[in-house]
Design a protein around this ligand. Structure first.
Ligand SMILES: C[S@@+](CC[C@H](N)C(=O)[O-])C[C@H]1O[C@@H](n2cnc3c(N)ncnc32)[C@H](O)[C@@H]1O
Length: 424
């Protein structure tokens, strides 16, 4: 399994974080703050902006509630089932398929793992599935209150949960037009059992942390990836990003940092910043690869537990996603800046036509494929040239027609056309 190319020799942690351009970017505790304007977790300016967005909206109504320690149940982890058997209904039955339902017993949806390419393991030795975050950060007392709306429906004008959210729901879906929102600043307080409405209003996007069925599959050059086995409509909540929640300063001690995601940035104290690390404990989102044409967008949300320092990270569909399509996110420029020169990650291996840092290996085609690709491109060029010639012809004709019409309007033109009609 690719380990993200981050090893102990790295000077600073490479952390996937919510960034201001709605992408996910890497940040480092020391050097990255100045390296990219897209950095949100490490750059002091953007991060204070980010927290100012979240913090002021919470201070006015802040209530200090007693903090409950993470339950035993929450910390309970289920050993990954490592059963190996032949997956018989794949495209090529001769290949050895590896299958496991990694979410077994942890989630109502199955998350199966298959490998139709080789015998590479998805990380069963180190990875354990968990459906919920495992908090390993100090307790927090900063909470946001719940709405007091009654009767199972909330009034958008007075519902505290909606008023405090800058991400809004429309029919249970997130409007993808909100992608302009800085996702580090994004926040959605979803109504829940603790609210006056008991979570029965329309300010609810999913009762499940994983509403669809997912498959972890082996991808060439990138280790494993995650695809959906169901159609997903644009704007739908797709998955929570789950893992161990640790302080960012502790992240530096971890060998693999390229899987991490910044979850919280404190307005004044960097010491309180935290990241979600799904490397050892996580859900299907741990396998979301980067794409330069990603189909998921990140946002932050709160449900029952409303400790400001413990936001959930979720992803929603940027567009309609057909079943079978890989679920991808944008790691952001900063992540790439941190990882691109690393010995393990030299290039981007996404399939986007306009990949900004393409892997030359993807162009290593066989002679036949190359010939086919050349033919396809030549045909495309021919068609484009034809289209261009046609457009130019139309432009020329329009100009001629216009000039002719203008000439006819002049006194000489009028006389000339009168003479011609007399002759006729
Ligand atoms: C969050 S993990 C994604 C799951 C990972 N592919 C696996 O097999 O566990 C991030 C790691 O996947 C790899 N990766 C993801 N997207 C990539 C891409 N577009 N190009 C190259 N490597 C990528 C990198 O090694 C990165 O550190």
């Amino acid at each position: 399994m690719m380990d993200g190319g981050v090893d102990n020799r790295m000077r600073s942690p490479s952390v996937i974080s919510l960034s201001s351009d709605s992408s996910i970017s890497s940040s480092s505790s020391s050097s990255s703050s100045s390296s990219s304007s897209l950095s949100s977790s490490s750059s002091s300016s953007s991060s204070s902006d980010a927290s100012s967005q979240l913090t002021p909206s919470t201070t006015s109504d802040e209530e200090v509630l007693p903090m409950e320690a993470p339950s035993e149940q929450q910390l309970e982890i289920i050993t990954v089932r490592k059963s190996r058997k032949v997956f018989a209904d794949g495209p090529d039955q001769n290949l050895p398929y590896f299958i496991a339902n990694i979410a077994d017993g942890q989630s109502d949806v199955a998350v199966r793992v298959i490998n139709t390419i080789d015998d590479m393991d998805y990380g069963a030795e180190v990875f354990t599935y968990t459906a919920e975050n495992l908090y390993k950060i100090p307790e927090s007392r900063n909470t946001v209150s719940y709405c007091k709306c009654e009767g199972g429906s909330c009034d958008p004008k007075t519902c505290v949960c909606r008023l405090k959210s800058n991400i809004k729901l429309k029919g249970g879906k997130i409007d993808p037009c909100q992608e302009k929102i800085d996702y580090h600043e994004s926040v959605l307080f979803e109504c829940c059992d603790a609210c006056g409405c008991r979570g029965r209003c329309s300010n609810v996007f999913s009762s499940k942390s994983m509403p669809y069925r997912y498959e972890i599959f082996r991808r060439k050059h990138v280790g494993f990836g995650c695809r959906t086995l169901d159609k997903i409509k644009k704007g739908s909540f797709v998955c929570e990003f789950v893992g161990e929640v640790i302080l960012k300063r502790d992240a530096t001690n971890r060998a693999v940092q390229s899987f991490m995601y910044t979850s919280y940035h404190h307005p004044t104290s960097e010491q309180k910043d935290s990241v979600i690390d799904p490397f050892f404990y996580g859900n299907a989102a741990r396998f979301f690869n980067h794409s330069c044409n990603e189909n998921l967008l990140p946002f932050r949300f709160f449900r029952e537990a409303r400790y400001i320092e413990r936001p959930h990270i979720g992803f929603f569909a940027k567009r309609d996603i057909p079943e079978g399509e890989e679920l991808t996110i944008d790691y952001g420029l900063e992540w790439w800046a941190m990882n691109i020169n690393n010995e393990h990650i030299e290039y981007c291996c996404c399939d986007a036509d306009y990949c900004v840092r393409p892997n030359p290996r993807r162009f290593q085609l066989s002679d036949d494929q190359m010939a086919e690709e050349c033919e396809r491109l030549e045909k495309e060029v021919r068609e484009l040239k034809k289209r261009l010639a046609e457009l130019r012809r139309q432009v020329k004709k329009r100009k001629l027609d216009e000039a002719r019409a203008n000439r006819l309007k002049t006194p000489e033109g009028v006389k000339r056309s009168a003479r011609i009609s007399k002759m006729k």
